[in-house]
Design a protein around this ligand. Structure first.
Ligand SMILES: [Zn+2]
Length: 53
């Protein structure tokens, strides 16, 4: 299971450990609520489906 990371520079959420835009290491944002994590989970599944095709 992948985790969502956040770029400290451009504040973008990404699945990558390195921000493709800034070329720097992303951080684990540690979402305070489960609902937030769930929202990203849904987004992640859509993203994965697109990559699978
Ligand atoms: Zn960035």
């Amino acid at each position: 299971m992948h985790k969502i990371f956040k770029c400290p520079e451009c504040k973008e959420y990404t699945l990558e450990k390195i921000c493709k835009r800034c070329k720097i290491k992303t951080i684990n944002p540690k979402p305070p609520k489960f609902s937030l994590e769930d929202r990203f989970g849904k987004y992640r599944r859509i993203y994965k489906n697109e990559l699978g095709n």
